[in-house]
Every structure is written in structure tokens, then in C-alpha cells.
Design a protein around this ligand. Structure first.
Ligand SMILES: [Zn+2]
Length: 159
């Protein structure tokens, strides 16, 4: 079992129903432990290339993870395969869930959005999750990347 101590597992703060504040609203995303572990495994499996995927759910709570191909097959950037993206959107629509996050890995850098990540963040209402494999223990962090600011989001790992 890998550690997940630095990811706010024990936090029990409720998500406030705040409007779309870009810089000061404290947001949170909830990820079931099995999905969390699956994402880490995905990152490790693709390493040294960056992995990428989509998380579907409701109200900032993740219910499903979809692994996608990184069409760049690169260790410094990613792009989700468009056809797979379409299929995922169709599946989510069928399940009546929404895209709540996009995740990718940083295989040798810290879990913070790169310049490219910021440039390519098309969905400010969707969380950007980065799994860093830089250190021995993987670290996962979530962000909202807006035009004006990058906000750190708390990740709560739920049973
Ligand atoms: Zn990145």
C-alpha cells in the first residue's frame, strides 16, 4: 500500500456551496480510495511517459475514472486522444455524470501545473489533478486553473 498522508485524507470539512470564486473560494474534490489507487497505478504503469485521464462524477465527488491515451507519448506533456475523449463523454452522459476532473502525471517534476498545463486548461470549472512521481511516494494534488489564478483544491479520499 502506498502512503497518502499528504493528501488530506482525514479532512472532514464540508464543501461550501460557494459560487465560482476564482481566487479565494476553497474547493474540494472527493475521490473514492479505489479510484485514487487506480490513478496512481495508471501513472506508474505509463511512467516515464505522462498518463492522462478523465474523472466523472457529481458535485465534486468522483464516481468513475477513465484512462486515456496520451497521444504525445511524452514524458513532459500530454494530450488526450480525441476519439477516446468523445467515447468517455458519451459514457458519462449515459451514466448521467459529468466531467469533474482531468488528471495527468508528472513523472519527474513536482505536482504543480506547468506552463503548458495552464495554457491548455480549457475547463476552469473542472479540476486539474496532477500525480507526481518525482519522489518515492506518489503525490497527488488538485487545482482549478483559471484565467486569473491557480487555486489549490483539497483532495478528500473517501471509502
Ligand atoms: Zn503537467
Amino acid at each position: 500500500m502506498m502512503g497518502h498522508g499528504s493528501n488530506g485524507v482525514a479532512h472532514r470539512k464540508r464543501l461550501r456551496q460557494v459560487p465560482q470564486l476564482h481566487s479565494s473560494g476553497k474547493e474540494m474534490i472527493r475521490i473514492p480510495k479505489l479510484i485514487y489507487l487506480k490513478m496512481v497505478e495508471h501513472a506508474k504503469k505509463e511512467s516515464p511517459l505522462e498518463c492522462c485521464g478523465i474523472l466523472g462524477g457529481r458535485d465534486h465527488a468522483v464516481e468513475k475514472a477513465f484512462e486515456l491515451q496520451n497521444v504525445y507519448q511524452s514524458s513532459v506533456r500530454y494530450s488526450m486522444a480525441p476519439q477516446e475523449q468523445l467515447e468517455v463523454f458519451e459514457k458519462m452522459e449515459k451514466d448521467a455524470i459529468e466531467m469533474v476532473a482531468i488528471y495527468h502525471s508528472h513523472t519527474h517534476t513536482i505536482p504543480f501545473p506547468s506552463e503548458t498545463d495552464v495554457k491548455l486548461a480549457f475547463y476552469p470549472e473542472v479540476s486539474s489533478i496532477i500525480i507526481s512521481l518525482k519522489e518515492k511516494d506518489p503525490v497527488m494534488k488538485a487545482f482549478r486553473i483559471g484565467r486569473e489564478a491557480i487555486c489549490l483544491e483539497e483532495i478528500e479520499v473517501i471509502p
